[in-house]
Design a protein around this ligand. Structure first.
Ligand code: MN
Length: 463
Protein backbone atom coordinates (compact mmCIF):
# COMPACT_ATOMS: atom_id res chain seq x y z
CA UNK A 1 0.00 0.00 0.00
CA UNK A 2 1.34 3.40 -0.96
CA UNK A 3 -0.04 5.44 1.91
CA UNK A 4 0.86 4.06 5.36
CA UNK A 5 -0.91 4.81 8.61
CA UNK A 6 0.53 7.90 10.28
CA UNK A 7 -0.27 10.56 12.89
CA UNK A 8 -2.93 12.13 10.66
CA UNK A 9 -5.17 9.07 11.24
CA UNK A 10 -4.95 9.27 15.03
CA UNK A 11 -8.58 9.03 16.25
CA UNK A 12 -7.70 11.20 19.27
CA UNK A 13 -6.92 14.25 17.14
CA UNK A 14 -9.32 17.09 17.89
CA UNK A 15 -9.66 20.29 15.91
CA UNK A 16 -10.24 23.77 17.27
CA UNK A 17 -12.87 23.99 14.54
CA UNK A 18 -15.47 22.51 16.91
CA UNK A 19 -17.87 21.16 14.27
CA UNK A 20 -15.08 18.84 13.06
CA UNK A 21 -15.29 16.95 16.38
CA UNK A 22 -18.95 16.01 15.93
CA UNK A 23 -18.95 12.19 15.61
CA UNK A 24 -21.51 12.47 12.78
CA UNK A 25 -19.54 14.87 10.59
CA UNK A 26 -18.22 13.68 7.25
CA UNK A 27 -15.24 15.97 7.64
CA UNK A 28 -13.19 15.44 10.82
CA UNK A 29 -9.58 16.61 10.81
CA UNK A 30 -8.54 13.06 9.87
CA UNK A 31 -10.28 13.48 6.47
CA UNK A 32 -9.47 16.91 4.94
CA UNK A 33 -10.97 16.37 1.48
CA UNK A 34 -10.10 18.92 -1.19
CA UNK A 35 -12.59 21.02 -3.13
CA UNK A 36 -12.68 24.24 -5.15
CA UNK A 37 -14.96 27.05 -3.98
CA UNK A 38 -15.79 30.26 -5.84
CA UNK A 39 -15.13 33.10 -3.40
CA UNK A 40 -15.99 36.00 -5.71
CA UNK A 41 -18.16 38.56 -3.98
CA UNK A 42 -19.36 40.48 -7.03
CA UNK A 43 -21.92 38.90 -9.38
CA UNK A 44 -20.40 37.95 -12.72
CA UNK A 45 -16.92 37.50 -11.26
CA UNK A 46 -15.19 34.26 -10.32
CA UNK A 47 -12.48 33.62 -7.77
CA UNK A 48 -11.97 29.85 -7.47
CA UNK A 49 -9.94 28.79 -4.44
CA UNK A 50 -8.58 25.39 -3.48
CA UNK A 51 -9.95 24.49 -0.04
CA UNK A 52 -10.18 21.60 2.38
CA UNK A 53 -13.39 20.79 4.26
CA UNK A 54 -13.16 20.77 8.05
CA UNK A 55 -16.41 20.18 9.95
CA UNK A 56 -18.99 22.62 8.62
CA UNK A 57 -16.29 25.01 7.37
CA UNK A 58 -13.97 25.30 4.38
CA UNK A 59 -10.36 26.39 4.73
CA UNK A 60 -9.01 28.48 1.85
CA UNK A 61 -5.52 27.08 1.24
CA UNK A 62 -4.36 30.01 -0.89
CA UNK A 63 -4.92 32.33 2.08
CA UNK A 64 -3.07 29.97 4.40
CA UNK A 65 -0.22 29.57 1.94
CA UNK A 66 0.01 33.31 1.21
CA UNK A 67 0.38 33.93 4.94
CA UNK A 68 3.48 31.74 4.87
CA UNK A 69 2.04 29.02 7.09
CA UNK A 70 2.82 26.11 4.80
CA UNK A 71 6.59 26.44 5.19
CA UNK A 72 9.18 28.35 3.21
CA UNK A 73 10.55 25.26 1.47
CA UNK A 74 7.20 24.38 -0.06
CA UNK A 75 7.39 26.41 -3.25
CA UNK A 76 5.81 23.69 -5.38
CA UNK A 77 2.84 23.43 -3.07
CA UNK A 78 2.46 27.21 -2.86
CA UNK A 79 2.55 27.37 -6.67
CA UNK A 80 -0.01 24.59 -7.08
CA UNK A 81 -2.40 26.30 -4.68
CA UNK A 82 -2.57 29.34 -6.95
CA UNK A 83 -4.40 27.43 -9.65
CA UNK A 84 -8.16 27.28 -10.04
CA UNK A 85 -8.36 23.47 -10.00
CA UNK A 86 -6.58 20.64 -8.22
CA UNK A 87 -4.70 19.47 -11.32
CA UNK A 88 -1.29 20.83 -10.29
CA UNK A 89 -1.61 19.90 -6.65
CA UNK A 90 -2.63 16.35 -7.55
CA UNK A 91 0.41 15.87 -9.78
CA UNK A 92 2.92 16.69 -7.03
CA UNK A 93 5.03 13.81 -5.70
CA UNK A 94 3.31 11.80 -2.98
CA UNK A 95 5.85 13.09 -0.41
CA UNK A 96 4.76 16.70 -1.05
CA UNK A 97 1.10 15.78 -0.77
CA UNK A 98 1.77 13.94 2.45
CA UNK A 99 3.72 16.87 3.91
CA UNK A 100 0.86 19.22 3.07
CA UNK A 101 -1.62 16.90 4.77
CA UNK A 102 0.53 16.68 7.91
CA UNK A 103 0.96 20.43 8.03
CA UNK A 104 -2.79 21.05 7.64
CA UNK A 105 -3.49 18.62 10.49
CA UNK A 106 -1.00 20.57 12.64
CA UNK A 107 -2.59 23.90 11.78
CA UNK A 108 -6.11 22.66 12.51
CA UNK A 109 -5.29 20.94 15.83
CA UNK A 110 -3.44 21.98 18.96
CA UNK A 111 -0.18 20.73 17.41
CA UNK A 112 0.35 24.30 16.16
CA UNK A 113 -0.97 27.70 17.16
CA UNK A 114 0.18 29.40 13.95
CA UNK A 115 -3.22 29.60 12.29
CA UNK A 116 -5.53 29.61 15.27
CA UNK A 117 -3.73 32.51 16.94
CA UNK A 118 -4.00 34.70 13.84
CA UNK A 119 -7.60 35.84 14.18
CA UNK A 120 -7.46 38.06 11.15
CA UNK A 121 -6.24 35.22 8.94
CA UNK A 122 -8.80 32.79 10.36
CA UNK A 123 -11.48 35.36 9.56
CA UNK A 124 -10.43 35.39 5.91
CA UNK A 125 -9.39 31.79 5.36
CA UNK A 126 -12.14 29.89 7.21
CA UNK A 127 -15.70 30.25 5.93
CA UNK A 128 -18.95 28.26 6.19
CA UNK A 129 -19.47 25.33 3.83
CA UNK A 130 -23.22 26.01 3.77
CA UNK A 131 -23.90 28.44 0.97
CA UNK A 132 -20.42 28.14 -0.57
CA UNK A 133 -20.43 27.75 -4.34
CA UNK A 134 -18.47 24.61 -5.09
CA UNK A 135 -16.99 24.09 -8.54
CA UNK A 136 -15.66 21.11 -10.46
CA UNK A 137 -12.45 20.24 -8.59
CA UNK A 138 -10.49 19.27 -11.70
CA UNK A 139 -10.40 20.29 -15.30
CA UNK A 140 -11.31 16.75 -16.34
CA UNK A 141 -9.99 16.17 -19.83
CA UNK A 142 -10.66 12.45 -20.01
CA UNK A 143 -13.27 10.32 -18.31
CA UNK A 144 -13.35 6.54 -18.32
CA UNK A 145 -16.07 4.36 -16.86
CA UNK A 146 -15.45 0.78 -15.80
CA UNK A 147 -17.80 -2.11 -15.06
CA UNK A 148 -15.96 -3.53 -12.06
CA UNK A 149 -18.84 -5.00 -10.02
CA UNK A 150 -19.35 -8.61 -10.97
CA UNK A 151 -22.80 -8.41 -9.34
CA UNK A 152 -23.80 -5.49 -11.54
CA UNK A 153 -22.35 -7.18 -14.62
CA UNK A 154 -24.16 -10.42 -13.77
CA UNK A 155 -27.51 -8.71 -13.17
CA UNK A 156 -27.34 -6.64 -16.34
CA UNK A 157 -25.94 -9.53 -18.38
CA UNK A 158 -28.79 -11.73 -17.12
CA UNK A 159 -31.38 -9.33 -18.50
CA UNK A 160 -29.91 -9.33 -21.98
CA UNK A 161 -28.18 -12.72 -22.14
CA UNK A 162 -29.87 -14.99 -19.56
CA UNK A 163 -27.83 -18.04 -20.53
CA UNK A 164 -24.52 -16.23 -20.72
CA UNK A 165 -24.52 -13.18 -18.44
CA UNK A 166 -20.76 -12.84 -17.94
CA UNK A 167 -18.72 -12.66 -21.13
CA UNK A 168 -15.37 -14.51 -21.27
CA UNK A 169 -13.18 -11.40 -20.97
CA UNK A 170 -14.82 -10.16 -17.75
CA UNK A 171 -12.64 -12.04 -15.27
CA UNK A 172 -9.43 -11.37 -17.19
CA UNK A 173 -9.57 -7.60 -17.52
CA UNK A 174 -11.51 -4.65 -16.05
CA UNK A 175 -13.98 -3.88 -18.84
CA UNK A 176 -14.41 -0.16 -19.48
CA UNK A 177 -15.31 2.46 -22.08
CA UNK A 178 -14.28 6.03 -22.78
CA UNK A 179 -16.87 8.41 -21.38
CA UNK A 180 -17.47 12.04 -22.19
CA UNK A 181 -15.61 14.63 -20.10
CA UNK A 182 -17.40 17.76 -21.36
CA UNK A 183 -20.70 16.82 -19.72
CA UNK A 184 -19.30 16.14 -16.25
CA UNK A 185 -21.20 18.41 -13.86
CA UNK A 186 -20.81 19.26 -10.20
CA UNK A 187 -23.27 17.96 -7.62
CA UNK A 188 -26.38 20.14 -7.49
CA UNK A 189 -26.50 20.78 -11.23
CA UNK A 190 -29.85 19.79 -12.74
CA UNK A 191 -29.73 17.03 -15.36
CA UNK A 192 -31.99 17.22 -18.39
CA UNK A 193 -33.70 14.04 -19.55
CA UNK A 194 -32.07 13.22 -22.88
CA UNK A 195 -33.71 12.76 -26.26
CA UNK A 196 -32.73 9.74 -28.31
CA UNK A 197 -33.70 6.90 -30.59
CA UNK A 198 -36.06 4.48 -28.89
CA UNK A 199 -37.53 1.22 -30.13
CA UNK A 200 -41.28 0.88 -29.59
CA UNK A 201 -40.95 -2.79 -28.61
CA UNK A 202 -38.39 -5.29 -27.43
CA UNK A 203 -36.68 -5.68 -30.81
CA UNK A 204 -36.61 -4.08 -34.28
CA UNK A 205 -39.15 -6.76 -35.34
CA UNK A 206 -41.74 -4.82 -33.32
CA UNK A 207 -41.20 -1.64 -35.32
CA UNK A 208 -38.57 0.97 -36.20
CA UNK A 209 -37.15 3.44 -33.68
CA UNK A 210 -38.53 6.93 -33.15
CA UNK A 211 -36.74 10.00 -31.76
CA UNK A 212 -38.12 11.20 -28.45
CA UNK A 213 -37.51 11.73 -24.73
CA UNK A 214 -35.85 8.83 -22.89
CA UNK A 215 -38.48 6.85 -20.95
CA UNK A 216 -36.16 4.64 -18.91
CA UNK A 217 -33.92 7.15 -17.17
CA UNK A 218 -31.67 5.75 -14.47
CA UNK A 219 -28.84 6.66 -12.13
CA UNK A 220 -25.71 4.61 -11.43
CA UNK A 221 -24.07 4.69 -8.00
CA UNK A 222 -20.33 4.82 -8.66
CA UNK A 223 -17.07 5.82 -7.04
CA UNK A 224 -14.69 7.93 -9.09
CA UNK A 225 -10.96 8.35 -8.67
CA UNK A 226 -8.79 11.11 -10.06
CA UNK A 227 -5.37 10.55 -11.53
CA UNK A 228 -2.61 12.50 -9.79
CA UNK A 229 0.74 12.16 -11.49
CA UNK A 230 0.34 10.85 -15.04
CA UNK A 231 2.50 8.63 -17.23
CA UNK A 232 4.31 9.31 -20.46
CA UNK A 233 2.71 8.20 -23.71
CA UNK A 234 4.09 4.78 -24.61
CA UNK A 235 4.85 3.85 -20.98
CA UNK A 236 2.56 2.08 -18.57
CA UNK A 237 1.91 2.35 -14.84
CA UNK A 238 3.06 -0.80 -13.03
CA UNK A 239 0.49 -2.30 -10.69
CA UNK A 240 2.72 -1.81 -7.66
CA UNK A 241 3.00 1.92 -8.38
CA UNK A 242 -0.61 2.47 -9.42
CA UNK A 243 -1.83 3.98 -6.15
CA UNK A 244 0.95 6.57 -6.19
CA UNK A 245 -0.75 7.89 -9.34
CA UNK A 246 -4.18 8.10 -7.70
CA UNK A 247 -4.93 11.38 -5.95
CA UNK A 248 -8.29 10.76 -4.37
CA UNK A 249 -11.83 9.50 -4.61
CA UNK A 250 -15.28 11.03 -5.08
CA UNK A 251 -18.89 9.99 -5.66
CA UNK A 252 -20.12 9.70 -9.24
CA UNK A 253 -23.62 9.41 -10.65
CA UNK A 254 -23.33 7.99 -14.15
CA UNK A 255 -26.81 8.95 -15.36
CA UNK A 256 -28.03 6.39 -17.91
CA UNK A 257 -30.79 6.29 -20.52
CA UNK A 258 -31.58 2.58 -20.59
CA UNK A 259 -33.82 2.61 -23.65
CA UNK A 260 -31.29 4.59 -25.71
CA UNK A 261 -28.54 2.29 -24.39
CA UNK A 262 -30.29 -0.93 -25.33
CA UNK A 263 -30.70 0.10 -28.97
CA UNK A 264 -27.33 1.80 -29.54
CA UNK A 265 -24.79 -0.20 -27.53
CA UNK A 266 -23.93 -2.97 -29.95
CA UNK A 267 -21.25 -3.46 -31.18
CA UNK A 268 -19.18 -0.55 -29.82
CA UNK A 269 -20.64 0.07 -26.37
CA UNK A 270 -22.29 2.97 -24.54
CA UNK A 271 -22.54 6.30 -26.35
CA UNK A 272 -25.43 8.79 -26.15
CA UNK A 273 -27.12 6.81 -23.37
CA UNK A 274 -24.34 8.01 -21.06
CA UNK A 275 -22.79 11.16 -22.50
CA UNK A 276 -25.61 13.60 -21.67
CA UNK A 277 -24.43 14.08 -18.06
CA UNK A 278 -22.26 12.63 -15.30
CA UNK A 279 -22.47 14.18 -11.81
CA UNK A 280 -19.53 14.27 -9.40
CA UNK A 281 -19.39 15.20 -5.72
CA UNK A 282 -17.41 18.36 -4.95
CA UNK A 283 -15.11 16.81 -2.33
CA UNK A 284 -12.11 14.68 -3.29
CA UNK A 285 -11.08 12.46 -0.40
CA UNK A 286 -7.33 11.90 -0.67
CA UNK A 287 -6.24 8.28 -0.80
CA UNK A 288 -4.03 9.05 2.22
CA UNK A 289 -7.13 9.62 4.34
CA UNK A 290 -8.52 6.19 3.47
CA UNK A 291 -5.66 4.08 4.81
CA UNK A 292 -7.54 2.90 7.94
CA UNK A 293 -10.38 1.54 5.80
CA UNK A 294 -8.33 -0.48 3.35
CA UNK A 295 -9.40 -4.12 3.24
CA UNK A 296 -8.90 -7.29 1.28
CA UNK A 297 -9.66 -7.10 -2.41
CA UNK A 298 -12.78 -9.13 -3.25
CA UNK A 299 -12.20 -12.84 -2.90
CA UNK A 300 -12.36 -14.56 -6.25
CA UNK A 301 -14.00 -17.93 -6.56
CA UNK A 302 -11.56 -20.83 -6.97
CA UNK A 303 -13.03 -21.40 -10.45
CA UNK A 304 -12.08 -17.89 -11.55
CA UNK A 305 -8.86 -17.24 -13.45
CA UNK A 306 -6.00 -15.57 -11.63
CA UNK A 307 -5.43 -12.18 -13.23
CA UNK A 308 -2.33 -11.99 -15.43
CA UNK A 309 0.94 -10.94 -13.73
CA UNK A 310 0.81 -7.31 -14.93
CA UNK A 311 -2.51 -6.94 -13.09
CA UNK A 312 -1.31 -8.57 -9.89
CA UNK A 313 2.46 -8.18 -9.49
CA UNK A 314 3.29 -8.09 -5.81
CA UNK A 315 0.03 -6.32 -5.23
CA UNK A 316 -1.13 -6.62 -1.70
CA UNK A 317 -4.47 -8.45 -1.82
CA UNK A 318 -4.80 -7.71 1.91
CA UNK A 319 -5.29 -3.99 1.31
CA UNK A 320 -6.31 -3.72 -2.35
CA UNK A 321 -9.95 -3.02 -1.45
CA UNK A 322 -11.59 -0.05 0.27
CA UNK A 323 -14.37 -0.51 2.82
CA UNK A 324 -16.46 2.43 1.61
CA UNK A 325 -20.17 2.29 2.41
CA UNK A 326 -22.42 3.85 -0.19
CA UNK A 327 -26.07 4.85 -0.28
CA UNK A 328 -28.58 6.06 -2.83
CA UNK A 329 -31.50 8.22 -1.73
CA UNK A 330 -34.41 9.59 -3.71
CA UNK A 331 -36.75 12.54 -3.19
CA UNK A 332 -39.51 13.09 -5.75
CA UNK A 333 -40.73 16.62 -6.47
CA UNK A 334 -43.90 15.80 -4.53
CA UNK A 335 -41.91 14.54 -1.54
CA UNK A 336 -39.87 17.73 -1.49
CA UNK A 337 -43.00 19.84 -1.78
CA UNK A 338 -44.54 18.05 1.20
CA UNK A 339 -41.33 18.30 3.21
CA UNK A 340 -40.82 14.51 3.27
CA UNK A 341 -37.21 13.39 3.78
CA UNK A 342 -35.48 11.51 0.96
CA UNK A 343 -35.83 7.73 1.23
CA UNK A 344 -32.96 5.30 0.91
CA UNK A 345 -33.24 3.07 -2.15
CA UNK A 346 -30.15 0.92 -1.67
CA UNK A 347 -26.79 0.62 0.04
CA UNK A 348 -23.63 -0.99 -1.22
CA UNK A 349 -19.90 -1.11 -0.58
CA UNK A 350 -16.87 -0.46 -2.77
CA UNK A 351 -15.15 -3.51 -1.25
CA UNK A 352 -17.53 -5.71 -3.29
CA UNK A 353 -15.85 -4.73 -6.57
CA UNK A 354 -14.25 -7.52 -8.58
CA UNK A 355 -11.41 -5.25 -9.73
CA UNK A 356 -9.45 -2.81 -7.55
CA UNK A 357 -8.78 0.83 -8.42
CA UNK A 358 -5.09 -0.04 -8.89
CA UNK A 359 -5.99 -2.76 -11.40
CA UNK A 360 -8.29 -0.39 -13.30
CA UNK A 361 -5.60 2.30 -13.59
CA UNK A 362 -2.85 -0.16 -14.54
CA UNK A 363 -5.03 -1.86 -17.13
CA UNK A 364 -5.94 1.54 -18.61
CA UNK A 365 -2.27 2.46 -19.10
CA UNK A 366 -1.06 -1.06 -19.96
CA UNK A 367 -1.10 -0.36 -23.71
CA UNK A 368 0.97 2.82 -23.23
CA UNK A 369 -2.04 5.16 -23.09
CA UNK A 370 -0.98 8.27 -21.18
CA UNK A 371 -3.01 9.18 -18.12
CA UNK A 372 -3.02 12.86 -17.16
CA UNK A 373 -3.58 14.69 -13.88
CA UNK A 374 -7.28 15.17 -13.30
CA UNK A 375 -8.40 12.29 -15.51
CA UNK A 376 -11.49 10.78 -13.94
CA UNK A 377 -11.85 7.01 -13.76
CA UNK A 378 -15.10 5.62 -12.39
CA UNK A 379 -15.67 2.18 -10.91
CA UNK A 380 -18.87 1.30 -12.70
CA UNK A 381 -22.11 0.73 -10.81
CA UNK A 382 -21.37 -0.48 -7.30
CA UNK A 383 -23.71 -3.40 -6.68
CA UNK A 384 -23.44 -6.16 -4.10
CA UNK A 385 -24.85 -9.66 -3.77
CA UNK A 386 -28.22 -8.66 -2.27
CA UNK A 387 -31.18 -6.99 -3.89
CA UNK A 388 -30.89 -4.02 -1.51
CA UNK A 389 -27.31 -3.51 -2.61
CA UNK A 390 -28.12 -3.02 -6.30
CA UNK A 391 -26.71 0.34 -7.40
CA UNK A 392 -29.17 1.38 -10.15
CA UNK A 393 -32.90 1.10 -10.88
CA UNK A 394 -32.28 -1.20 -13.85
CA UNK A 395 -31.22 -3.81 -11.29
CA UNK A 396 -33.17 -2.65 -8.24
CA UNK A 397 -36.68 -2.90 -9.72
CA UNK A 398 -35.86 -6.03 -11.75
CA UNK A 399 -37.34 -9.27 -10.44
CA UNK A 400 -34.77 -11.58 -11.98
CA UNK A 401 -32.38 -13.66 -9.95
CA UNK A 402 -29.07 -13.97 -11.76
CA UNK A 403 -27.77 -16.40 -9.18
CA UNK A 404 -30.57 -18.91 -9.71
CA UNK A 405 -29.16 -22.04 -11.24
CA UNK A 406 -30.19 -22.57 -13.95
CA UNK A 407 -31.04 -18.91 -14.68
CA UNK A 408 -34.77 -18.34 -14.64
CA UNK A 409 -34.77 -14.73 -15.76
CA UNK A 410 -35.93 -13.75 -19.20
CA UNK A 411 -35.32 -10.51 -21.06
CA UNK A 412 -38.08 -8.13 -20.10
CA UNK A 413 -38.86 -10.11 -16.96
CA UNK A 414 -41.15 -8.44 -14.46
CA UNK A 415 -40.27 -5.31 -12.51
CA UNK A 416 -41.55 -4.46 -9.07
CA UNK A 417 -41.88 -0.70 -8.70
CA UNK A 418 -40.46 1.07 -5.69
CA UNK A 419 -43.09 2.71 -3.52
CA UNK A 420 -42.45 6.25 -2.32
CA UNK A 421 -43.97 7.66 0.90
CA UNK A 422 -46.32 9.81 -1.22
CA UNK A 423 -47.83 6.69 -2.81
CA UNK A 424 -45.94 7.37 -6.04
CA UNK A 425 -44.24 4.43 -7.72
CA UNK A 426 -41.01 4.22 -9.68
CA UNK A 427 -39.54 1.66 -12.03
CA UNK A 428 -37.25 4.34 -13.47
CA UNK A 429 -36.74 8.04 -12.70
CA UNK A 430 -39.50 10.61 -13.22
CA UNK A 431 -39.01 14.30 -13.98
CA UNK A 432 -38.40 16.25 -10.79
CA UNK A 433 -36.81 13.28 -8.98
CA UNK A 434 -33.71 14.15 -7.00
CA UNK A 435 -31.07 11.43 -6.65
CA UNK A 436 -28.64 11.73 -3.73
CA UNK A 437 -25.51 9.61 -3.35
CA UNK A 438 -23.66 9.39 -0.04
CA UNK A 439 -20.53 7.56 1.05
CA UNK A 440 -18.57 7.07 4.26
CA UNK A 441 -15.94 4.87 5.86
CA UNK A 442 -15.98 3.72 9.45
CA UNK A 443 -13.93 1.28 11.44
CA UNK A 444 -13.54 0.58 15.16
CA UNK A 445 -10.69 2.59 16.60
CA UNK A 446 -10.77 5.26 13.87
CA UNK A 447 -12.78 8.36 13.08
CA UNK A 448 -15.58 8.07 10.55
CA UNK A 449 -14.74 9.93 7.34
CA UNK A 450 -17.35 10.84 4.75
CA UNK A 451 -17.56 11.89 1.14
CA UNK A 452 -20.40 14.42 1.41
CA UNK A 453 -23.11 14.10 -1.21
CA UNK A 454 -23.60 13.96 -4.95
CA UNK A 455 -27.02 15.34 -5.91
CA UNK A 456 -28.95 15.96 -9.10
CA UNK A 457 -32.57 16.69 -10.07
CA UNK A 458 -34.01 15.33 -13.33
CA UNK A 459 -35.43 18.07 -15.56
CA UNK A 460 -38.00 17.35 -18.28
CA UNK A 461 -36.71 16.78 -21.82
CA UNK A 462 -36.77 19.66 -24.29
CA UNK A 463 -36.34 23.25 -23.16
MN1 MN B 1 -21.51 3.46 -15.41
Amino acid sequence: MSYPLDDTHDPKLKSWVESANDPATDFPVQNLPFCVADRAEEPGETDPRICVAIGDQLLDLLEVSSAGLLGADDGDIAMALQFETLDDLASLPTDDRRRLRMRLVELLTDKSDDLRSDEELVGVALFPRAGAELLLPFEVRDYTDFYASVYHATNVGSMFRPDNPILPNYKWLPVGYHGRASSIVISGSPVRRPMGQLLPGATIEDGPPAFGPCKLMDYELEVGFYVGRGNELGRSIPIDKAEEHIFGLCLVNDWSARDIQKWEYQPLGPFLAKSFATSVSPFVVPLEALTPYRCRAMERSSDDPRPLPHLTGDMDRETGGIDLKLEVLLASAEMRKKGIDPIRLSSGNLKDMYWTIAQMLTHHSSNGCNMRPGDLLASGTVSGPKRESRGCLLELTWDGDPFANPPVSKPGSARTPLKLPTGEERKFLADGDEVILRGYCERDGFRRVGFGECRGVVLPAGD
